[in-house]
Write a protein that binds this ligand. Structure first.
Ligand code: BG6
Length: 512
């Protein structure tokens, strides 16, 4: 039997992964994320021949934009932001199926128009089409969009079949536990959980996906991956950029909401989870939730497990950089932290007693995201630290970005006639081994959602568990106002209070 007879969609399948005919509807079509990430992601999937034959793109937004103009905006976005140059042939194919619908987010009639528009596309294609709704708007309109997707019948389109409607929801997913629960409630009143794809773009990064492979396909790591051999773990997500023009958003957010609750906690969950029983989405996500649930509540207050700070004026790349409070749109008495650090304890068999240090900040010395596993030192009976024996603890560091790779610090004998030692670094770099043109996170995530694979997305209970940990801290910071807010010079590795957090356990931050 031919493939196309066995499966009604197979003749519309992409080359490698099998997405059915799809219409992607982007809410927030004239927004920044759409231009920087979403349109280039769709385009690059087209270049790699990974879009289904019957692929349609619909922009939706409040602004009236004629179809032609939307196509021009999209082409401009590709020229400016895509990792590959605009190829007229590829873009021509996508552009031919790209349209725009203008409408309010709380306007039920506009959603009826959208439903008609999608029905028209189905008639044109001549069969069912999967609708993938991408909500890339400010969070204030998430709920009306979701409700209107329900009321218009779009949320339930083809439900019960593999090509049922799906929804991708951008961050921020709530701003505390209560709002995340409320958002989950709204989502569940309209969609079933298996239709929902909550984005954390860090999960789409190549190196983050490789954590699973590195940890569970190499026999040498698992026996050491526990409190018997590991002394501490440091997870760093440092940025060189400041808030730029996003002051309005950032003032309501701060580093804990913007980076720690989502990206950094995800890196932690992936590093520390138990082996999943299989590679299916639920097994993988179950283990992440189990791990997040084992994290102990943070001790708050001056002697607690946390530090927060704002950047002051300093130097970045040899150029002067202004302090956070001087940036555009920032309140003189701003309470938003641009840096946060946490010391976490995981109360399970594997990790009890191993501190996990998390930090994220803007305007730091260097853009780098890494996970560093620090191993315990061997007994000093043979080689004790001395003038002759320069020794380091073994550190395995996963460099998430940039210079994606993996390094291991070992001690080695310095060649010569006497025994002297020195720490050395073994390095694996993705760019050297595999070349540097790796797909962007959003390419993988948009493709996975089209295929119906939720592995690299956040499940509802996962988002709530992470908020449950962070919310008491957010509340205590909000109550304290600026009291306890430290500062660090732009271009440095963070505030003294974060150093003190580690010093309590005789640890210090790496300078990756
Ligand atoms: C976003 C944050 O989620 O991640 C931004 O809102 C941050 O503030 C960005 O700059 C960092 O992403 P990346 O992929 O550049 O590390």
């Amino acid at each position: 039997m031919a493939d196309s007879q066995r499966h009604p969609f197979l003749h519309g399948l992409s080359k490698h992964r099998g997405a059915p005919p799809t219409v992607v509807v982007i809410f927030g079509a004239s927004g920044d994320l759409t231009a920087r990430k979403l349109i280039p992601a769709v385009y690059n999937l087209g270049v790699d021949n990974l879009l289904p034959t019957d692929f349609h793109l619909v922009g939706y937004g409040r602004k009236e934009i004629p179809d032609d103009e939307f196509r021009t905006l999209a082409a401009d976005a590709i020229k400016e932001f895509s990792r590959r140059e605009l190829d007229d042939e590829v873009w021509g194919r996508i552009a031919g199926n790209t349209t725009y619908v203008a409408g309010g987010y709380d306007d039920p009639e506009a959603f009826v128009r959208l439903a008609d528009h999608i029905a028209k596309i189905e008639r044109q294609v001549g069969r069912d089409v999967q609708a993938l709704f991408y909500i890339s708007t400010p969070p204030s309109v998430f709920a009306p969009i979701l409700r209107n997707l329900g009321a218009s019948g779009l949320a339930g389109k083809h439900l019960g079949q593999p090509h049922h409607a799906k929804v991708i929801i951008e961050k921020p997913f709530g701003r505390d536990l209560a709002s995340a629960r409320e958002l989950n409630g709204t989502i569940r009143s309209v969609f079933e959980e298996h239709q929902v794809y909550r984005i954390d773009h860090y999960l789409g990064k190549e190196t983050v996906q490789d954590l699973l492979v590195q940890r569970f396909s190499n026999a040498i790591f698992e026996p050491l991956w526990n409190r018997n051999f590991i002394d501490s773990v440091q997870i760093t997500v440092a940025e060189e950029v400041g808030v730029g023009t996003r002051g309005g958003y950032y003032e309501q957010s701060g580093a804990l909401r913007d980076m720690i609750q989502n990206h950094t906690m995800q890196l932690l969950a992936l590093t520390a989870r138990e082996p999943p029983v299989s590679l299916d989405a639920e097994s993988i996500r179950d283990e992440k939730v189990k791990l997040l649930k084992a994290i102990q509540p943070l001790r708050l207050g001056p002697d607690g497990d946390v530090a927060r700070a704002q950047y002051a004026a300093g130097m970045i790349g040899g150029k002067p950089a202004q302090g956070y409070l001087e940036e555009e749109g920032i309140a003189a008495e701003s309470k938003a932290e641009t840096y946060a650090a946490l010391r976490l304890s995981i109360n399970n068999w594997r990790w009890q007693g191993v501190p996990f240090y998390l930090r994220s900040g803007k305007r730091m010395a260097r853009r780098v995201s890494e996970i560093a596993i620090n191993f315990k030192r061997p007994p000093g009976t043979l080689f004790a630290e001395s003038e002759k024996f320069n020794l380091a603890g073994n550190t395995l560091a996963f460099q998430i970005q940039p210079d994606e790779g993996l390094s291991l610090i070992l001690n080695a004998k310095i060649p010569g006639l006497e025994t002297r030692t020195q720490p050395v670094k073994m390095n694996f770099r993705y760019a050297t081994t595999f070349g540097s043109n790796t797909p962007e996170a959003y390419e993988r995530l948009v493709l996975d959602a089209m295929i119906g694979d939720g592995t690299l997305f956040i499940r509802g209970d996962e988002a709530e568990t992470s908020w449950k940990l962070c919310t008491p801290l957010l509340e205590s910071w909000s109550d304290a106002g600026r009291k306890g807010m430290d500062s660090y010079p732009a271009g440095s590795w963070g505030p003294a209070s974060a150093d003190a957090l580690l010093a309590k356990n005789q640890h210090h931050w790496r300078q990756p």
